[in-house]
Design a protein around this ligand. Structure first.
Ligand SMILES: *[C@@H]1O[C@H](CO)[C@@H](O)[C@H](O)[C@H]1NC(C)=O
Ligand SMILES: *[C@@H]1O[C@H](CO)[C@@H](O)[C@H](O)[C@H]1NC(C)=O
Ligand SMILES: *[C@@H]1O[C@H](CO)[C@@H](O)[C@H](O)[C@H]1NC(C)=O
Ligand SMILES: *[C@@H]1O[C@H](CO)[C@@H](O)[C@H](O)[C@H]1NC(C)=O
Ligand SMILES: *[C@@H]1O[C@H](CO)[C@@H](O)[C@H](O)[C@H]1NC(C)=O
Ligand SMILES: *[C@@H]1O[C@H](CO)[C@@H](O)[C@H](O)[C@H]1NC(C)=O
Ligand SMILES: *[C@@H]1O[C@H](CO)[C@@H](O)[C@H](O)[C@H]1NC(C)=O
Ligand SMILES: *[C@@H]1O[C@H](CO)[C@@H](O)[C@H](O)[C@H]1NC(C)=O
Length: 785
C-alpha cells in the first residue's frame, strides 16, 4: 500500500467511525434519524433523547428527554405524549423534507408527531442542549431557531427554561400534568401565567385552585419561601413582548426540576444521588385536598390518609381501581346501587333516602332553593331525579350530578352537613326518619355505626340479674350485670380504642381491672368463647393477661389486668407527660419486640396482632411495656380490617400489603412495629401534619440512617442524651422493619436479637414506597450535599 492509499484507508476508517458513533452525537439531521434504542446525548452528558416507556408491560413508547445522570428514568419532556408508538424499531424520528422534526410510523407511513414549525431554511438540525432544551434550528446559522422544547414544555420546568405569556398573541405557555405516573398523556392539571403576571394552577383548564400571587421584585407573594433558597437565581421579565419568570440553579451539579405533578401540585424536586431519591423541597398548594376535584365525582379527600388521600363516599365505589392504584383519582366513584328515582319503579323498591354526612367540605356548584325548612329542602331534592345531595344551613343548597371537592373530617368555613341521596337498600334499616346518621369512610364505617345502634338498643333491653360463674381454667366468665356494677355502669372510661371503649373497674376482691367493651363482633357465643379461651392460655411478661370475659346476647367484653401508667402514646406524644428517657424507651421497644415474637413464634397458633400502635402498648408500674388487644383480629374476623382501615390514626401503622388487600402475615406486625419504633425514637407521630414542608419522619430516618447521621432523629426533648450505639441499632432496625417487601423485613425474633445486640444490623435500603412518597425532609436533604 502506498502512503497515499494508506492515508485514504485511514480517512475512510475515520469516516466510518463517525458514522457508527453518530448516535453518540447530540443532534438529529437529515442524514441521521433516530429509531429503536438509538439515542442522542447532549454535549456535556446531562440529557438523553430517545424512546422510553414507564410501563414495560404496555408497549407504549414515547420520544422523550431524560436525565443521563439520574438512575431512575425521569423524563423531562415528551414529544408524542398522547400518541404512543408500539414498536420503536418501526418508528423513525427524523427531519422531514420541509425541515420539521417528525415522528413517523414506518409501517403505516403515518405521521405521529411533528414540531409543526414554519421553516425558512434549506437544512435544519435538531440539537439536544446540555440544559435539556431540544432546539430545531438552521443547520448553518445557529441563531436561527424555529422551534424548541423549552417553548413547548410538557410537565417539567427546567433550570433556564421559562413559562411565558405572549402579549402579542395572548397565548400562555403551559405545563400539564401526566395522566398518571406511567402515562404521559395530558392530565387534568395545568399551570400557566396569566395576563396579570401571576402563575395559576387550573383543573381542566377552567377552574383555578392555586396561584403564586404577584411578583414583588424578589419572590411571588404566595411563595415567600423562594427567599430562603439560595440554590437559585430568579428572573422576572415584563417587556413589550412577554411576561415570564425563570429560575436557574447556581451550582450546576445540582439536579433540580419543577413539575406539575399528577397530584395537581407544583413540586420542586431535587435529586439526591446518595440515596437515589427525588426529594421534594416545596409544593403548592401545600394541601393535597386543595386541588380542585382531585378525588373526582363522589370521591372524598382527607389529608390524614397517607397513601390514598381519596376514598369513595358511602354507597359508591371506585370507577377504575387500576387508575386509583396509579394515584389517578380523577375518574372518581360510581354508585353501587342505582337510585329508585327515575329507574326502578317496581313497587317493592323503597323511595331513595338520604345519608347524613357531617363535618364535610360541601361540594362546589350548589344551586340555591327557596325552602322554609329542612323538609322542604329534602323534598325539593327528591322531586328531581338528578339531584344527588342537599344541605340545609341558613339556606337550602341542592346539588345535581357528580359531587366534586368533598373532604371528610373537615372543619373549615365552607364545611357543613351534607345529605347524600342513596338507594334505600344502601342505608341501614331505620324507622321513621329518612335521614340516617353515618360516616363517610369507605362505606364500611357507616354500616358499622348502624350495627352499633342496633347493638345499643338490644343491650338496653337485656338486663337480667345473675351471679358470678367460674368456668374451668383460669378465665372467669362474667355476667354483664356484674361488669356493669364493677365499672359503676361503665362510668370511668380509660380510653377508646379501635374496637370499643375500656373502662376501669374494681372486682369484689379489690383487684383493679380494665374492662373492654368490644364493638362490631358478629361471632356467636360459642365461637367467641373458644377464641377467648386460647387467648387465656397466653402468658408472657410483655403481653396483657386476660382475666375473663363476658358473652351475653350481642355483648362481648374482655376483662384485663389494669395498668396504672396508661398507654405508650400518652407518654410519647403528650406535652404535659414526663419525657421518657432513652434507656426506658429502648427497654420498651425490646419488651414489645419480645411480646410480639412470643405471639408470632411461641404460641401454639401464630397470633398476628394486626393493630400495633402506641395506643395498644400499656405500661405497668415499672414502665414495662405490655402489649394489649392481641387476638382481636381473629375475634373480629373480616370486620377487623374494615374497621381499621377506615379509622383515622391507625393508617400510619398499616403495612402496604395490607392496604393493597393481600394476605396478612406476621410481617404486617413487623411493619407496624417499625413505624412505632420510629415514634419511640422521635417522640412524635410519624403522620403528624404531613404537609409539604413538614418532614415525613420515616423517609427522613431512612435517609439519615444511610448517611450514618442518626443523632438528629432523636427526640429533641432528650437533648442528645442517649446511648448512640443503641440509637443507631434502633434506627436501623426500624428502617428494616418498614421495608415494602415482607421478605426484606426481619422476623420479630430477629428484631429481638438485633435490639439485644446479638445480631449484626446492616444498612437498610430506602423502600420504594418511601422513595415514591414525596414528603421528605427538605432541610436534611438539602444539607446533605
Ligand atoms: C423496563 O425494562 C428495562 C429493561 O428490561 C429496565 O431497565 C427498566 O427499569 C424497566 N422499566 C420499568 C419502568 O419497569
Ligand atoms: C400545525 O399547525 C397548524 C397551524 O399552525 C395547525 O392548523 C395544524 O393542525 C398543526 N398540525 C399538527 C399536526 O399539529
Ligand atoms: C443568522 O440568523 C440571524 C437571525 O435570523 C441573522 O440575524 C444573522 O444575520 C444570520 N447570520 C448569518 C451569518 O447569516
Ligand atoms: C408590565 O408592564 C406594564 C407596562 O410597564 C404594566 O402596565 C403592567 O402592569 C406590568 N405587568 C406586570 C404583571 O407587572
Ligand atoms: C373538561 O372540560 C370539557 C369542556 O371544556 C368537558 O367536556 C369535560 O367533560 C371536562 N372534563 C371533566 C373531567 O370534567
Ligand atoms: C459545571 O460547570 C463547570 C464550570 O463551568 C464545568 O466545568 C462542569 O463541567 C459543569 N458540570 C456540569 C455537570 O455541567
Ligand atoms: C327493581 O328492583 C327489584 C327488587 O329489588 C328487582 O327485582 C328488579 O330487577 C329491579 N328492576 C330494575 C329494572 O332494575
Ligand atoms: C332537575 O334539575 C336540573 C338542574 O336544575 C334541571 O335542569 C332539570 O330540568 C330538572 N328536572 C326536572 C324533571 O325538574
Amino acid at each position: 500500500m502506498t502512503p497515499v492509499s494508506r492515508r485514504i484507508v485511514l480517512i475512510l476508517f475515520l469516516i466510518s467511525l463517525t458514522i457508527c458513533a453518530s448516535h453518540e452525537s447530540d443532534s438529529i439531521n437529515i442524514n441521521k434519524p433516530l429509531s429503536g434504542d438509538q439515542k442522542i446525548t447532549s454535549k456535556g452528558g446531562n440529557f438523553v433523547l430517545g424512546f422510553f416507556t414507564k410501563d414495560n408491560s404496555s408497549r407504549r413508547f414515547y420520544i422523550g428527554i431524560w436525565y443521563k445522570r439520574v438512575s431512575e428514568l425521569t423524563p423531562v419532556w415528551v414529544a408524542n405524549r398522547a400518541t404512543p408508538v408500539s414498536d420503536p424499531t418501526k418508528s423513525l424520528l427524523h427531519i422531514s423534507h420541509e425541515g420539521n422534526l417528525v415522528l413517523q410510523d414506518q409501517l403505516a407511513k403515518s405521521l405521529i408527531w411533528s414540531t409543526n414549525a414554519t421553516i425558512s431554511s434549506y437544512s435544519t438540525v435538531a440539537v439536544l442542549q446540555d440544559n435539556g432544551n431540544l432546539v430545531l434550528r438552521d443547520g448553518e446559522n445557529s441563531s436561527n431557531v424555529f422551534w424548541q422544547s423549552f417553548e413547548n414544555p410538557t410537565h417539567t420546568w427546567l433550570s433556564g427554561g421559562k413559562l411565558a405569556f405572549n402579549k402579542r398573541t395572548g397565548v400562555s405557555q403551559r405545563l400539564t400534568s401526566w395522566k398518571n405516573p406511567e402515562n404521559p398523556a395530558p392530565g387534568l392539571f395545568s399551570l400557566e401565567i396569566g395576563q396579570n403576571g401571576q402563575y395559576i394552577s387550573q383543573w381542566n383548564m377552567s377552574k383555578s385552585y392555586w396561584t403564586t400571587g404577584p411578583w414583588d421584585g424578589r419572590t411571588f407573594s404566595q411563595v415567600p419561601v423562594m427567599a430562603e433558597h439560595f440554590m437559585f437565581d430568579y428572573t422576572y421579565v415584563n417587556n413589550s413582548e412577554e411576561i415570564y419568570f425563570s429560575f436557574s440553579v447556581i451550582d450546576n451539579a445540582t439536579i433540580a426540576r419543577l413539575i406539575m405533578d399528577v397530584s395537581g401540585q407544583m413540586k420542586f424536586l431535587k435529586w439526591v444521588e446518595a440515596v437515589r431519591v427525588w426529594t421534594q423541597f416545596w409544593c403548592g398548594p401545600e394541601a393535597q385536598c386543595q386541588v380542585t376535584a382531585f378525588c373526582g365525582p363522589f370521591g372524598s379527600c382527607n389529608e390524614q390518609r397517607l397513601r390514598h388521600k381519596c376514598t369513595c363516599v358511602k354507597g359508591f365505589s371506585q370507577r377504575s381501581l387500576k387508575d386509583w392504584d396509579l394515584s389517578d383519582y380523577s375518574g372518581g366513584c360510581t354508585r353501587i346501587t342505582p337510585l329508585q328515582c327515575g329507574g326502578n319503579t317496581s313497587a317493592y323498591v323503597e323511595e331513595d333516602k338520604f345519608l347524613l354526612i357531617s363535618s364535610v367540605r360541601l361540594p362546589t356548584d350548589a344551586q340555591q332553593f327557596q325552602a322554609g325548612n329542612v323538609d322542604e329542602c329534602e323534598q325539593a331534592c327528591l322531586n328531581n331525579c338528578s339531584c344527588t345531595a342537599y344541605s340545609y344551613g341558613t339556606t337550602c343548597s341542592l346539588w345535581y350530578g357528580g359531587l366534586l371537592n368533598l373532604q371528610d373530617q373537615y372543619d373549615g368555613a365552607d364545611g357543613g352537613t351534607l345529605y347524600l341521596r342513596l338507594a334505600a337498600s344502601e342505608l341501614p334499616r331505620h324507622h321513621n326518619n329518612r335521614r340516617v346518621p353515618g360516616i363517610i369512610a369507605g362505606g364500611v364505617a357507616a354500616s358499622f355505626v348502624g350495627a352499633l345502634v342496633v347493638w345499643v338498643l338490644v343491650t338496653t333491653w337485656r338486663r337480667r340479674e345473675r351471679s358470678w360463674v367460674l368456668e374451668k381454667g383460669a378465665l372467669v366468665v362474667f355476667r354483664y350485670n356484674d361488669l356493669q356494677r364493677v365499672t359503676h355502669n361503665f362510668s370511668d372510661k380509660l380510653g377508646a380504642g379501635s374496637f370499643g371503649s375500656v373502662f376501669k373497674g374494681v372486682l369484689p376482691d379489690s383487684t383493679i381491672v380494665a374492662v373492654k367493651k368490644l364493638q362490631g363482633i358478629r361471632q356467636g357465643e360459642k365461637q367467641f368463647r373458644a377464641e377467648v379461651s386460647t387467648l387465656g392460655t397466653i402468658q408472657h411478661v410483655n403481653l396483657v393477661s386476660l382475666r375473663g370475659f363476658c358473652a351475653e346476647g350481642t355483648e362481648r367484653l374482655l376483662v384485663f389486668d389494669y395498668m396504672p401508667n396508661g398507654s405508650l402514646d400518652s407518654h410519647l406524644f403528650h406535652s404535659n407527660a414526663k419525657v421518657l428517657d432513652w434507656s426506658t424507651r429502648y427497654r420498651i421497644a425490646l419488651g414489645i419486640a419480645r411480646g410480639l415474637a412470643y405471639l408470632h413464634e411461641k404460641c401454639r397458633e401464630c397470633i398476628i396482632h394486626c393493630d400495633i400502635k402506641p395506643e395498644n402498648i400499656l405500661l405497668d408500674a415499672a414502665f414495662n411495656p405490655i402489649v394489649t388487644d392481641f387476638g382481636l383480629a381473629k375475634l373480629l374476623g373480616r370486620e377487623f380490617s374494615h374497621v381499621l382501615t377506615s379509622l383515622r390514626g391507625t393508617i400510619g401503622y398499616i403495612s402496604p400489603e395490607w392496604i393493597s388487600g393481600l394476605a396478612i402475615t406476621p410481617k404486617a406486625d413487623v411493619y407496624s412495629f417499625g413505624m412505632m419504633l420510629l415514634e419511640i425514637i422521635s417522640g412524635k407521630r410519624n403522620t403528624k401534619q404531613i404537609k409539604c414542608w413538614v418532614d415525613y419522619f420515616p423517609l427522613k430516618a431512612a435517609i439519615q440512617v444511610r448517611e450514618g447521621m442518626v443523632d438528629c432523629l432523636l427526640d429533641g426533648r432528650l437533648q442528645g442524651d442517649a446511648n448512640m450505639d443503641e440509637l443507631n441499632i434502633a434506627c436501623k432496625v426500624a428502617c428494616w422493619c418498614i421495608q415494602d417487601m415482607e421478605i426484606e423485613r426481619p422476623t420479630m425474633g430477629m428484631v429481638v436479637l438485633m435490639l439485644e445486640g446479638l445480631m449484626e444490623v446492616s444498612i437498610p435500603p430506602i423502600s420504594a414506597f418511601l422513595q415514591g412518597l414525596v414528603h421528605p425532609g427538605e432541610q436534611n436533604v438539602a444539607s446533605s450535599d
